[in-house]
Design a binder for this molecule. Structure first.
Ligand SMILES: [Zn+2]
Length: 420
């Protein structure tokens, strides 16, 4: 990575891997209870001497920011004006924030910048929040349908008179503490840093040249939590809690593509989260930008074609095998980090977990959160072409109350071909 110092000539570039490096002025002590001793995450490139992380803010959007600056539409030394951007709901510090290894992939103080790091801001240090919290109404056809079918009622509070759902939205950017991440994966930190450096085509030399910088802002997508009911109730184990942890599937979630169960699962999770809030519990749906099992949409569509062009057609019996042939793995989502968001809110137990995935369930349980009921999607909400995915998952041991299909049943479950 190279950094352009705005105070220098615009063509002067400092190679971060070769220049004389000094210790960051503001150090970070991950997991420290006092936020001032913990120290703020400073990812600004406006003044590189203030930086104490590898990478910068905005995940993959960093590239668009660079393009705006290159085209002269955006000043490179822009400092965000944070007036009135404070969270609409303050998340109180939770014991989980300070437990070693509990939270490794987000900054629990990320929403509190204006509140706890005021002094740094006043000194002119540009600190950007990595978490933002706001309020919204959701208008969803599935919720209207649930009201029409009398599965949900209008209560004038969680569900408004015009059938909107009131929600608190929490956007969370990734902030990775590399020593804790390597601990969670049980690999050496130097091995982790080397692999991240090499496998990203050498995008971040500081991963290997600056072991003193323990935080990386990776160029990946963010996560968003949608909370129905009172946010503070998430940490109260006396309140019933319904949870859906959902990995992005743009084709289904947004466009209604029927090859998988993603949007029906998401919508049913929202519906049940709303119902829980209406009976004085609390619901949370966390949306992770990990498209196509974190393999990306191009890989996903290649797999769809490979599945549907098999001599015997798209079959539940070969569902996972075809993904592995194209992508090298069945799944690259690494649910190990997913529970960090739940721990951020201080969640201790989940009454109703909407997921069939054992990877998700195991990750949640091993992060110290208990799960009482696992909820599978009702049969009538599964699109016809998604039966291949559903039966393959049941056979692979995904959670289901139904009996796992045998090989004959698996072979008999077929999806549409490409021409229909
Ligand atoms: Zn999907």
């Amino acid at each position: 990575m190279t950094l352009t110092d705005p105070k220098q000539n615009a063509t002067h570039v400092v190679l971060s891997s070769h220049s004389r490096q000094s210790e960051p002025a503001i150090s970070i002590s991950w997991g420290e209870k006092d936020p001032l001793k913990r120290g703020p995450v400073v990812g600004t490139i406006a003044n590189k001497s203030d930086r104490n992380v590898i990478g910068t803010h905005g995940g993959s959007y960093t590239v668009y920011r660079a393009l705006s600056i290159a085209s002269g539409n955006f000043p490179s030394d822009h400092r965000p004006d944070l007036d009135n951007t404070e969270p609409t709901v303050i998340i109180d510090p939770q014991p989980s924030w300070f437990e070693k290894g509990r939270i490794v992939s987000l900054d629990p103080w990320g929403a509190h910048v204006n509140l706890v790091y005021r002094n740094f801001l006043d000194q002119g240090i540009s600190i950007q929040p990595t978490i933002a919290i706001t309020q919204a109404h959701l208008t969803l056809p599935e919720i209207h349908e649930a009201i029409k079918s009398k599965r949900l009622s209008v209560d004038g509070d969680i569900v408004t008179e015009n059938k909107d759902v009131r929600v608190t939205k929490i956007a969370i950017d990734p902030v990775w503490h590399l020593p804790s991440i390597s601990d969670r994966f049980q690999i050496k930190e130097s091995t982790l840093r080397k692999k991240l450096f090499v496998e990203t085509g050498g995008m971040f030399p500081e991963l290997v040249t600056r072991p003193d910088l323990e935080i990386w802002l990776p160029p990946i997508g963010s996560s968003t939590a949608y909370v129905f009911g009172n946010v503070a109730d998430l940490s109260n184990p006396d309140k019933e809690l319904t949870c859906r942890v959902h990995d992005e599937c743009n084709g289904s979630d947004v466009f209604g593509s029927d090859i998988c169960t993603c949007r029906p699962y998401l919508a049913y999770g929202i519906e049940d989260a709303v119902r829980t809030a209406q009976r004085k519990g609390v619901g949370i749906v966390v949306y992770f930008r990990k498209e196509g099992r974190a393999l990306g949409e191009v890989t996903k569509f290649l797999v769809y074609n490979a599945r549907k062009r098999q001599p015997d057609g798209d079959s539940a019996a070969t569902y996972f095998h075809r993904t592995e042939c194209v992508a090298g793995v069945q799944d690259a989502r690494f649910q190990e980090f997913m529970p960090d968001v739940l721990n951020y809110f201080g969640i201790k137990k989940i009454d109703n977990l909407h997921s069939m995935s054992n990877m998700k369930y195991d990750a949640i349980i091993s992060s110290g959160i208990s799960v009482i009921n696992r909820i599978q999607i009702p049969e009538e909400l599964i699109p016809a072409d998604a039966q291949v995915e559903m039966e393959a998952k049941k056979a692979a041991g995904y959670f289901s109350e139904d009996e796992a299909p045998d090989i004959e049943k698996l072979k008999s479950v077929k999806g549409r071909n490409l021409k229909n």
